[in-house]
Design a protein around this ligand. Sequence first.
Ligand code: GRF
Length: 187
Amino acid sequence: MRIVVLVSGTGSNLQAVIDAVAAGELPVEIAAVGSDRPDTYGIERSSAAGLETFVVNFKDYAARADWDAALLDAVAAYEPDYVVSSGFMRIVAPGFISAFEGRYINTHPALLPAFPGAHGVRDALAYGVKVTGCTVHFADAGVDTGPIIAQTPVTVLEGDTEETLHGRIKEAERALLIQVLGELARP
Ligand code: GRF
């Protein structure tokens, strides 16, 4: 099973996938890692791991449609079975979704449909929920919408900050992403 992973940030969830593949625990080939911005640690750590990387810099494109087309071309060139958005902070175009229908996976640090968007951890904390968690789902053209594959609850602790809570959610998120990829790879 070939995957392309898209990241915008540090890529710590991606690192867990890289490690699981390297340890022989996940029968997946990471064909490439791509980003929407240059100079991300996610790309740096991927290169360090010997993976192919690409950047389709959002800021290099005057028209959104041109970036959409460039991203689709860049990802499609690797002929992935699945595309994984792991902390990729852009909503992709409907054309991308239809090209990878049922094959574009997103991870989100909240129990969707609660707290979608870029601040899922902060919003859950601000609301005062006692349990939040993470979701792995097939993404559609909405913001963190699409069929849910799996979820893990995470208890909010007294005194949690966004950072401490996100840290525990990410631990759960990594395990869940690896579990889901494993299930997809070994049907
Ligand atoms: C994850 O919690 C992801 O769900 C969210 O951003 C975080 C990515 O972290 N959108 P990292 O880049 O894998 O460290």
